[in-house]
Design a protein around this ligand. Structure first.
Ligand code: BGC
Length: 898
């Protein structure tokens, strides 16, 4: 015995010490792309993590993942729900494949990874995810509302008081609403989300939100309060899209289950039922579209506390659920993400003041002010000033059709209590603005302290950065991000003021800009669920999503509604995750089949064309047919990916048929000119792969000539902005593309910036008469182009999710340094370069567990001043100058290029 135990214990010590000195570590662990999410319904949650880059070439050769109900067991690598065992794979995400998940349960998970030297990391600190309802039958509450008609203006309070005699171990609120809500417990607002639940097609899908309210409850008396707003559900304002006539429209309603677990293990559920009471609130009017009005005289202090006497309050009214599909809201919520103090304040007269926040944004302002009882204050939010320096909303109120004067556009109204300093910030509205004109019906003294602005949007984590020696370029990047975020409210919108509509075209043009800069997968997965809800059985989608019916008859051709294919495909490229493609596969197919049935020639003129062009107008049939081609191709590739061979063959053939039809009609094979040779026509063909290979350089040369003839300025609209810079830089004209991209005279992005823009505009011309919102993301592709053309960072379709990174930087003249970073699923990619005399010093970081294929152009390349290591070189192509193709493992490298 002794003989055996001695060496064994040594072995054990060796194993333990080997493990504790193991260098491999994992970080950024997420479940369903969220950190420790609670209240999820997904039966097969996805797990992701990154490996720390400890040494060159670090990569994962295997992983082991466990899921269990006991944290201490999971920490030791034991899971009673799932033990994946050792899986020889280096790819994320990993899908849960264990026992069926129970509702309302916290599951812990941990992962360890094995590196290339067969060393295991330690088990990660357990993280968790918690399930929600999972199945609708688990709801206990009734849907409740008050007895008023949907035209009644004041928002309603609801409350329920109850007593708990035992000590509380944990508590969760599950709340679903048609409309918007703010939840409070014992006088304290719960959570920091804004505008929950997210906007959906209410009669098809409703979202519920889960909160951990353990800390908010107390042993003894408690009260739960809900303030219910209209949102898009009860659209009382009238505008050209008829949301006031939405088929779902009704007085807002909600359903709430409060699950309490006591220390003795017993459970109780307090749910919405007849015991709840209701009363009108001081929010006397609320419109997601226009503004909110608040009468501080109607406040009922302590309305959501246990002590409050609700004797005068009314009975509630029980009603039906808005849809039979109540699902978890599993996404980054909308928040007041950034606070802005005024940069200036001007007094106009005794009762009028003008605030400037220095940044155009989506969001709200909060006013704190004291004054005589009944004083009425109007807060008019605008994007620009008129020649007299007063608030001007003529660029944004054009589609509003008010029926009287009671609901002025983008104008909050506050009536003072006279008792104290009143405070007001809209709860159920947001606006697009930079300036606020505050007017009162009595003289008013204001300072910069009285008003604060909040930039609100879906709070998606930033994952990218651009920095260069060109300050205007840096500002263009920042302004496009401001517009992207101003237009992200759990669905992408066109503009935060005039419409707030989920315009499909704007969103697919901006998808790469979105994904290079922000971790947006959760929002897009939700928005594509909205697509599936909206799609008609025949495949047709509306131009705006969600929609109450508007947009099925106009503007919904493939150049706009190809979101159904383009968004899932880009999510696949950026995240290496096939789920969205799987969920949308049949929808893409139905969509493509519909166009195919109606346009058997392969050519379709269904669409809007190159929207808001600088001057030249390209053929609509040409651009719409191109989008039909893009969709057919995405469908074919997806079919191949999923092993659906018949579909793959069918749709590859269809794609080829469309391409041929376009080329036969629009390409002059002799001259290499598409259509009449406009920038949009030539660049669309090059960027989207219509051009026969042998004509590629000819068409590119024609495009370059066209652009030079156009004085190196753009002459494109929405569809052309997607392609013009990419088509040039992808076909040997990166320098010309940069010259176009960095123009500061009309028409250009820089022109907006030198004229003071802090967001992207809807029109190239500053004095256009229509389409003049100052906060549109639709011309935003230039931001993605910085990552692609200057940083050279591309996802690799063969190894998506930046598992392999394609790096093709262009060291353009005019920049002395440039840096792009993008945190992909495997970690942070850095591509940066600077000029040192005639040499370029190029630095690149390839995250652990990924690789890169780097293409560098130059006469000679050295690495850290030594000859290039042969093992990195894949190929040298000679074409004027040398093109070096290098294969890089994870690590940081510096090259000098001459
Ligand atoms: C929107 C655009 C949209 C267009 C299409 C406009 O009113 O603001 O961004 O794509 O309509 O018709």
């Amino acid at each position: 015995m002794k003989k055996i135990s001695f060496p064994f214990s040594i072995l054990l010590i060796v194993v333990i010490s080997f493990q504790s000195f193991s260098q491999v570590t994992v970080k950024n662990l997420k479940c369903e792309y969220l950190e420790n999410p609670i209240g999820i319904d997904e039966p097969h949650p996805r797990f992701t993590w990154q490996m720390e880059l400890e040494k060159p070439g670090s990569h994962q050769t295997a992983y082991e993942l466990v899921v269990g109900t006991t944290e201490t067991e999971v920490a030791l690598g034991r899971g009673d729900m799932w033990e994946s065992g050792e899986v020889n794979s280096s790819v994320i995400p990993v899908l849960y494949k264990g026992k069926e998940l129970e509702p309302f349960t916290r599951y812990f998970w941990s992962v360890r990874v094995k590196d290339e030297e067969q060393q295991w990391s330690a088990w990660s600190e357990p993280l968790f995810f918690e399930t929600g309802m999972i199945c609708q039958h688990n709801w206990k509450g009734k849907w409740i509302t008050d007895t008023y008609d949907f035209n009644v203006k004041p928002a309603a309070y609801f409350r329920r008081a109850f007593r708990t005699d035992k000590t509380i171990r944990s508590a969760r609120v599950y709340i679903a609403a048609a409309g918007l809500y703010e939840l409070s417990i014992n006088g304290q607002r719960i959570g920091d989300h804004r505008l929950d639940p997210s906007y959906t097609r209410f009669d098809r899908r409703n979202l519920y939100v889960t909160y951990d309210v353990t800390a908010a409850l107390q042993q003894g008396n408690n009260a739960v309060g809900v303030l219910l707003g209209n949102g898009w559900y009860n659209h009382q304002s009238t505008a050209v899209w008829y949301f006031d006539k939405a088929p779902w429209r009704a007085r807002p309603k909600f359903c709430l289950d409060l699950h309490i677990t006591y220390s003795d293990g017993t459970k109780e559920i307090i749910a919405t039922d007849e015991q709840w009471r209701t009363s009108p609130s001081p929010v006397i009017f609320n419109s997601i579209y226009t503004a909110e009005h608040y009468d501080a005289r109607k406040e009922q202090p302590g309305w959501d506390t246990p002590e409050f006497d609700a004797g005068q309050w009314n009975n509630i009214y029980t009603t039906g659920a808005p849809s039979n599909n109540i699902v978890a809201q599993a996404l980054h919520p909308i928040r007041n993400v950034r606070e802005y103090k005024p940069v200036s304040l001007k007094q106009i007269d005794a009762s009028t003041w003008l605030y400037d926040f220095g940044q155009n944004m989506s969001g709200v302002t909060r006013i704190r002010v004291e004054g005589p009882e009944g004083t009425t204050i109007w807060l008019k939010h605008v994007e620009r000033l008129d020649s007299a320096g007063r608030a001007d909303m003529s660029n944004i109120d054009v589609h509003y059709r008010p029926t009287d004067e009671s609901d002025p556009f983008q104008t909050d109204i506050l009536i003072l209590s006279g008792k104290k300093e009143d405070e007001f910030m809209p709860r159920f509205n947001y606006k697009g603005f930079q300036y606020v004109e505050v007017t009162a019906d009595k003289p008013l003294n204001l300072t910069t302290e009285n008003l604060t602005a909040y930039f609100m949007h879906s709070d998606v984590p930033p994952v990218g950065s651009i920095n260069s020696s060109n300050l205007t370029l840096n500002k263009v990047w920042a302004a496009s991000n401001a517009s992207y975020l101003s237009n992200l409210f759990s669905y992408p919108t066109d503009c935060p003021q005039r419409e707030k509509n989920g315009w499909t075209g704007d969103a697919h043009i901006a998808i790469e800009t979105g994904l290079y800069n922000f971790d947006g997968i959760t929002v897009y997965e939700k928005w594509l669920a909205d697509h599936r809800d909206e799609q008609q059985p025949n495949g047709v989608l509306p131009a705006i999503i969600p929609s109450s019916g508007w947009g099925y008859q106009w503007a919904n051709g493939p150049d706009w509604t190809s979101t159904i294919a383009i968004i899932p495909w880009n999510i696949y490229l950026f995240y290496g995750d096939t789920r969205l493609l799987e969920l949308c596969y049949d929808n893409i197919k139905r969509y493509v089949n519909h166009i195919d049935e109606h346009y058997p020639s392969g050519l379709t003129d269904w669409g809007l064309g190159d929207w808001v062009p600088v001057k030249s107008v390209s053929s609509k049939e040409y651009t719409s047919s191109t989008y039909f081609y893009i969709d057919a191709l995405i469908l074919a590739k997806t079919a191949r990916l999923f092993g659906k061979t018949e579909d793959a063959d069918h749709y590859f053939a269809l794609a080829e048929k469309i391409r041929t039809a376009i080329n036969e009609k629009y390409l002059d094979y002799e001259t290499g000119i598409y259509g009449s040779g406009l920038q949009t026509e030539l660049s669309v063909a090059l960027h989207w792969g219509l051009v026969p290979e042998e004509l590629r350089s000819k068409v590119a040369d024609n495009l370059a000539k066209r652009v030079i003839a156009d004085k190196k300025h753009i002459d494109v609209g929405l569809l052309g902005t997607k392609t013009i810079l990419n088509a040039l830089s992808e076909n040997g004209y990166a320098q010309l593309a940069y010259e176009v991209a960095s123009q500061e005279t009309y028409p250009s992005w820089g022109w907006w910036i030198v004229n003071g823009a802090t967001t992207f505009y809807e029109n190239w011309s500053l004095d256009a008469k229509s389409d003049i919102s100052l906060n549109h993301i639709m011309f935003g592709e230039i931001n993605a182009w910085y990552y692609k053309a200057l940083g050279g960072i591309f996802p690799d379709e063969q190894a998506p999710g930046f598992k392999n990174i394609l790096l093709k930087p262009n060291f353009v003249e005019g920049l002395s340094h440039f840096e792009a970073t993008h945190e992909g699923p495997y970690g942070n990619i850095i591509s940066s370069w600077k000029r040192k005399g005639k040499t370029i010093e190029y630095h690149v970081t390839v995250p652990a567990n990924s690789s890169a294929t780097l293409c560098l152009k130059g006469k000679s390349i050295r690495e850290k001043n030594a000859p290039l290591e042969k093992n990195k070189l894949i190929e040298v192509r000679e074409k004027g100058q040398n093109q070096y193709i290098l294969g890089l493992k994870a690590g940081s490298y510096t090259f000098s290029i001459k």
